[in-house]
Design a protein around this ligand. Structure first.
Ligand SMILES: Cc1ncc(COP(=O)(O)O)c(C=O)c1O
Length: 391
């Protein structure tokens, strides 16, 4: 049955001159502004009007001083996690954070020591590697295996990495960026049990968990009772509501001792609060209105990502993965030449800026990620240009 969409995701809204990284940094990364940007993982689709109204109301007040952490903000997070993700949260478990990467950074500081190993399952969002390295810790990469066109965990490699006495944390991208793989409850339980066995903290970055395509269904690590005591979950309004510029995120840590350690790290960095417009945004978005926007957005993006997947899949030598979540399509271009040849052709001939695979670790060599969070009138002609180029 077709989902009813009343939000307007089709009108193209120019972001030129708004300091949008995706547009303004094209020259820096791609050598030209003459490329359409399908790289940075934010969408060119508008946030809901009711958010804009709530922000405008607050801005109209004209005073922007220091703010408290109002209980309504925590109530909204608790409601969203229960209603959308079947997660029960008590207010004291929630820590505010400017961004999910800040939470990752603070968790590394709180739970690991210099020279420790942090397990990552690549290809995965680049800062999983870089943040670990910036803290003087060592990423222990356990590349995912491809089976029938889908990523699977390499249990043997994970077990070996977790058994190493220097390993103290595992960073999981749940669901997975760049591939859109949705991890199943049994996989999370197995992974979490291994972490527990080896005394390793499981950090689950669930920033993409609100954009998931049925029949796939997101499982938060927090819904698995056995895992709650040794895991940290981070989430944000950034992806779902295209609000990353508001820098408003939070983590949930059920275990009180771990929470105290994480909070201390946040306090040391003065990063235990968020800006007041972010507070307004979370409170307004984590609501039944936000749930309806999310439902419609998911319907739009499911059709777009599916169509992009099918177009790419029809081209000889292109091997896209069918995304179960996220507005991203991950595609293997290796049959069409080495990375720099393909990259040059994408930029110069197809005039598109895609995310190059090595941003996601060595396992991404020869792959590219296409951001489908655009109106279809912008996205599909660009994908047609890619297909024509390699077809
Ligand atoms: C898996 C993942 N985590 C974190 C982020 C960044 O989130 P934030 O801006 O809240 O740090 C991204 C952005 O693409 C992401 O894909």
């Amino acid at each position: 049955m077709e989902e009813k969409i009343t939000y307007d995701f089709d009108t193209v809204i120019s972001r030129i001159g708004t300091q949008a990284e995706k547009y303004e940094a094209r020259k820096q990364y791609y050598g030209t502004n003459d490329v359409e940007p399908f790289w940075v993982a934010d969408m060119d689709l508008p946030s809901p009007g009711f958010l804009v109204e709530a922000l405008r109301d607050r801005v109209d007040h004209s005073l922007f001083g220091y703010t408290e952490k109002d209980p309504t903000l925590f109530d909204a997070i608790i409601w969203w996690m229960r209603d959308q993700h079947r997660v029960e949260v008590a207010p004291e478990m929630i820590s505010l954070s400017p961004s999910v990467v800040s939470s990752i950074s603070m968790a590394i500081e709180a739970f690991t020591a210099p020279q420790d190993q942090v397990v990552v399952l690549s290809p995965v969002y680049g800062p999983f590697f870089s943040t670990v390295k910036l803290h003087g810790r060592v990423p222990a990469d356990c590349p995912l295996l491809i089976d029938k066109g889908r990523y699977e965990m390499d249990w043997q490699a994970i077990d070996t990495a977790l058994s190493n006495s220097l390993t103290t944390m595992l960073l999981l991208c749940n669901p997975q960026n760049p591939s859109g793989r949705v991890w199943q409850a049994d996989e999370l339980l197995r992974l979490g049990r291994l972490c527990k066995l080896h005394g390793v903290i499981l950090f689950s970055d669930e920033i993409h968990s609100d954009i998931v395509y049925a029949p796939a269904c997101h499982t938060s690590v927090l819904t698995i009772p056995e895992l709650r005591d040794h895991c940290v979950m981070a989430h944000s309004i950034g992806k779902t509501f295209n609000a990353s510029g508001l820098k408003s995120s939070f983590s949930i840590v059920p275990n009180a001792a771990l929470r105290t350690r994480l909070r201390r790290a946040h306090r040391r960095a003065h990063s235990d609060n968020i800006n007041l417009l972010g507070k307004v945004a979370i409170t307004r978005l984590f609501s039944p209105d936000g749930a309806e926007y999310k439902r419609q957005l998911n319907a739009y993006l499911k059709a777009s990502t599916q169509e992009v997947y099918e177009k790419l899949d029809a081209v000889d030598g292109l091997k896209p993965m069918c995304p179960e979540s996220t507005f991203l399509v991950w595609c293997d271009f290796r049959d069409h030449g080495d990375w720099s040849t393909v990259s040059n052709r994408l930029i110069k001939e197809a005039r598109v800026a895609l995310s190059g695979g090595t941003f996601f670790g060595p396992a991404g060599e020869g792959w590219f990620r296409i951001n489908c969070g655009h109106s279809r009138s912008q996205l599909l002609p660009a994908v047609d240009r890619i297909c024509a180029l390699f077809g």
